[in-house]
Design a protein around this ligand. Structure first.
Ligand code: NAD
Length: 450
């Protein structure tokens, strides 16, 4: 069956691809399995050199990759360039990490014990449509560095950048069969990877709902899983914060990537004493967000990914809004920046909207802020805005979430571990920590007895 890939800003087809079925999924796993013994035996310095070459090729082809991503996801081109820049950084980082993921020697009675990090074998990498090439690299980098071979399944809506990246993998000199891209339905080929006895691990990023089924499917073969799932993060603004700065940056904390961001700080919690002042400035800053043609250099927000997704996003907004922006006319799956005043019990504050809708919620004091921030099944990201350093530390430690920023919007860095608490998943990507997710720890006892 063919797959028609659309540009969400124009609704025009930009590619027709053949979709893989179960047979092709099994063949991709078989290719990865056959490539594993030689790939794991590549000397660390050589593997590092190949990853460095891949990073350099991403840099050389950055504009093309950014254009592909912009057209396929509807991302503003400036943002797409930043994301591709991060892909190169990720491969550089893990090239440098190949020979730094060291074992230990441990003195024990009668000899010494040594630990080794061994590759897992074939790993299945399943990625979503919101940051396709970026999230693929977060998994590919550490998986390749550790000596695994890979079957990568991009999302049905956005397979184009993964396909281009797989050309660059070969051009870099990484042997055939080490990285295999499988374009097909999650419920068919994704599920096959999850259940396949020759796949040792699934690195999954996507919705909490599908994450649950991945975990269930992996149980049959006791497969390792890393799950990076949904979020409903809080942007906590205390009255003692630099309100102007917090309000000016709040739109980018939730409307970036048209809100289709697992880290979106979509619950904006504001201390009552500063509530009106903050809301007024937040609305004014949001009114300035430039929504339009993703190819335009000055565009800050593009369309949503699909008509179906727009319908879901729209279902969250049924009453009064504090702000509703303008969008271009059709074609394109546009949805405006929207701010609603809410309670934390409202559906818009409880479920992941995954669109440009911010729920502003007042709180009374520090304890109330922590209570509301934690009153969610998710725990991925968040921000704290305050001038009080001790408070910043108290609150960041008390919020049950994997990554947080203080007086800033972003908490994703190549060098630092990223992942969720609670129903936002488990396991860590990025940083040196990701290497532990793509290797097994082996301990070997060596007797020193005569
Ligand atoms: P999704 O869960 O629908 O799909 C994710 C991937 O899983 C796709 O490649 C899909 O084809 C595949 N899939 C679907 N059904 C499957 C099955 N039964 N077995 C195996 N694979 C299957 O998610 P999406 O709509 O593509 O992405 C949006 C979601 O991703 C949001 O919930 C968002 O929060 C989450 N996300 C999380 C992170 C993170 O790092 N925590 C990052 C980005 C996106």
């Amino acid at each position: 069956m063919t797959l028609t890939v659309l540009n969400p800003a124009t609704e025009e087809p930009i590619a027709e691809l053949e979709q893989a079925g179960l047979e092709e999924a099994d063949a991709a796993v078989a290719r990865a399995k056959a490539a594993f013994p030689a790939w794991r035996a590549v000397a660390p310095a050589d593997r590092a050199r190949l990853l460095r070459r891949l990073a350099a090729l991403v840099e050389e082809n950055a504009e093309e990759l950014a254009q592909i991503e912009s057209r396929n996801v509807g991302k503003p081109i400036a943002g797409a360039r930043g994301e591709v820049g991060m892909v190169a950084q990720v491969f550089h980082f893990y090239a440098g990490a190949v020979d730094k993921h060291r074992g230990d020697t441990i003195p024990v009675t009668g000899g010494v014990a040594a630990t080794f990090h061994e590759p897992l074998g074939v790993v299945g990498l399943i990625v979503p449509w919101n940051f396709p090439v970026n999230i693929a690299s977060w998994k590919l980098g550490p998986a390749l560095a550790c000596g695994n071979t890979i079957v990568l399944k991009p999302a049905e809506l956005t397979p184009l950048s993964a396909l281009r990246l797989s050309d660059l993998v070969l051009e870099a000199g990484i042997p055939k069969g080490v990285v295999n891209v499988l374009v097909g339905k999650g419920s068919v080929v994704g599920q096959r990877l999850v259940e396949h006895p020759d796949v040792a691990k699934i690195g999954f990023t996507g919705s909490t709902e599908v994450g649950r089924s991945v975990m269930e499917g992996a149980a049959g073969t006791i497969k390792r899983v890393t799950l990076e799932l949904g979020g409903k993060s809080a942007n906590v603004v205390f009255a003692d914060a630099d309100i102007e700065r917090a309000a000016a940056s709040a739109p980018y904390a939730v409307f970036d990537n048209a809100g289709q961001d697992c880290c979106a700080r979509s619950r904006v919690l504001v201390e009552r004493a500063a509530y009106d002042r903050f809301l007024e400035q937040f609305v004014a800053a949001t009114a300035k967000v430039h929504v339009g043609d993703p190819a335009d250099e000055s565009t800050e927000m593009g369309p949503l990914i699909s008509a179906e997704h727009r319908e879901k996003v729209a279902s969250f907004v049924d009453g009064d809004t504090a702000f509703r922006g303008d969008v271009p006319g059709e074609p394109g799956f546009w949805y405006p920046c929207t701010i609603v005043e809410a309670s934390n019990d409202d559906r818009v504050a409880r479920e992941e909207v995954f669109g440009p809708v911010a729920a502003v919620i007042p709180f009374e004091d520090e304890a109330d802020a922590i209570r509301i921030a934690n009153d969610t099944p998710f725990g991925l990201s968040g921000s704290i805005w305050t001038r009080d350093t001790a408070r910043a530390l108290r609150v960041t430690r008390a919020i049950d979430t994997g990554v947080l920023s203080v007086n800033a919007n972003t908490s994703v860095r190549v060098q630092t571990p990223f992942g969720g608490f609670k129903e936002s998943g488990f396991g860590r990507e990025l940083g040196l920590e990701a290497l532990d997710g793509y290797s097994e720890l082996k301990s070997v006892f060596i007797s020193t007895e005569e």
